[in-house]
Design a protein around this ligand. Structure first.
Ligand code: DOR
Ligand code: ZN
Length: 426
């Protein structure tokens, strides 16, 4: 199968390409890139007026399979991913059971291959069953094909266990993804502490619930030499801790979600449980810090924390609803509107943070359009305006606060491993 993409504006930060050109795909690989290509291909895609990017790589996705298939399956998540331009998603291990064995890693690989809509990068747990008691078998997880380890959904509360885990992870050479949250400081809170938590009468979560653990884990990475990645940074204090750690050349990277740079604590005003996420939506001053962090390179990655929950689970009082919102289908538009249009990031910088950097951090060979690379490609209409409706959501769960929003920037075509998985979206 050969595909020729004509007349697009190619943006590939891995090769410093930011100009018009054609791309030829053959046998699942990028065969040629740049200039005018007149080779005959089985399929031709006209990308005039569009941006042609390496396929996006989401390093923070909750697939919910196994265990919570009423909320999402690997297949529905991959179809939501394709709609959002992601050709690769990771599989956060907080499923039921948690991903702490070779058999589980193999299960994910097989399910993803069956769906045939993109790639899944399994992430193993840091501790067995994600219980925070005993370290999981990291070497085995890595040998089976896990790209990282994380107890995401909660922190490893015991600092001495986290230290030991980082020592092992550093030997095994696998990245540790930290969900930074001190449960004692959260103390049953449901939204970020501030003026609005007081006005709304909702139990507050102080910023320090996040930043104290970011500080702890950065120091443990400094001590052990482990590769540390901080998930879903939301507090300005955390940004500053990471910025200083990078100056000291600590092996740390960080991500921010589109919902954290788009929404604030004030958005919880309507008690919409789709606004309930962990970490909670932050204050306006935090959002400024997150954007500065994206701009100056303190924050390396934009990741979705796509967290599907069924309507049943979310239709509860704010205090009792689970944390999380879906995000794969809106990530690009929110990035265009809040980062590109606001002059925070250029297109090459955005694509670096949504495709190249996550690949590099996980040690995955994607995020690039180099000749010979896997043909994972996302084509974007940067000017398209559209309204996000519930009917078009590909994810099995519809827990998005962005339904009804006018969005800008749309994914029109996606090629995953040389196969067209989305095409001609208007
Ligand atoms: O909002 C969130 N939802 N944050 C997390 O850390 C976990 C996730 C989930 O699994 O629902
Ligand atoms: Zn998390």
């Amino acid at each position: 199968m050969s595909i020729l993409i004509k007349n697009g504006h190619i943006v590939d930060p891995s090769q410093g390409i930011d100009k018009k050109g054609d791309i030829l795909i053959s046998e699942g690989k990028v065969a040629r890139i740049g200039g005018t290509i007149n080779t005959k291909a089985e399929t031709t895609i006209d990308a005039s007026g569009k941006i042609v990017s390496p396929g996006f790589v989401d390093m923070h996705t909750h697939l919910r399979e196994p265990g919570d298939e009423e909320a999402e399956t690997i297949e529905t998540a991959l179809s939501a991913a394709a709609k959002g331009g992601f050709t690769t998603v990771s599989a956060m291990p907080n499923t039921h059971p948690a991903c702490d064995s070779q058999a589980h890693v193999k299960f994910l690989q097989e399910k993803a291959a069956e769906a045939g809509l993109g790639n899944v990068l399994p992430i193993g747990t840091i501790t067995k069953k994600r219980e925070g008691e005993e370290m999981s078998e990291m070497q085995e997880l890595k040998d089976a094909g896990a790209y990282a380890i994380s107890d995401d959904g909660s922190s490893v509360a015991d600092p001495s266990l986290m230290k030991k885990a980082m020592e092992y992870a550093s030997m095994v050479d696998i990245v540790v993804i930290s969900h930074a949250e001190d449960k004692d400081l959260v103390a049953g809170g449901v939204m970020r502490e501030g003026y609005f938590s007081t006005v709304l009468g909702l139990r507050p979560i102080p910023a320090e619930a996040e930043s104290t653990i970011v500080d702890r884990d950065v120091r443990l990475a400094e001590l052990t030499g482990a590769r540390l990645h901080i998930a879903h940074v939301s507090a300005k204090e955390s940004v500053e801790i990471i910025r200083q750690a990078k100056k000291r050349e600590v092996n740390v990277t960080a991500e921010v979600t589109p919902h954290h740079f788009t929404l604030t604590d004030e958005d919880a005003k309507g008690y919409d449980t789709n606004m309930k996420v962990n970490p909670p939506l932050a204050l306006a001053e935090d959002i400024e810090a997150l954007k500065k962090g994206l701009k100056d390179g303190t924050i390396d990655v934009i990741a979705t924390d796509h967290a599907p929950h069924s309507a049943n689970e979310k239709e509860k009082e704010f205090n009792y609803a689970p944390f999380g919102m879906i995000g794969l289908e809106t990530a690009l538009s929110l990035s265009v509107m809040n980062l590109i249009d606001k002059g925070i990031l250029t297109w090459p910088e955005l694509i670096e943070k949504i495709a190249l950097n996550p690949s590099d951090i996980l040690g995955y060979e994607g995020g690039t359009l180099k000749e010979g690379a896997i043909a994972d490609i996302t084509i974007i209409d940067p000017k398209a305006e559209w309204t996000y409706t519930e009917e078009e959501i590909k994810s099995k769960s519809k827990n998005s606060p962005f339904i009804g929003w006018k969005l800008k920037g749309k994914v029109t075509d996606v090629i995953a491993e040389g196969k067209i998985v989305l095409s001609g979206v208007k």
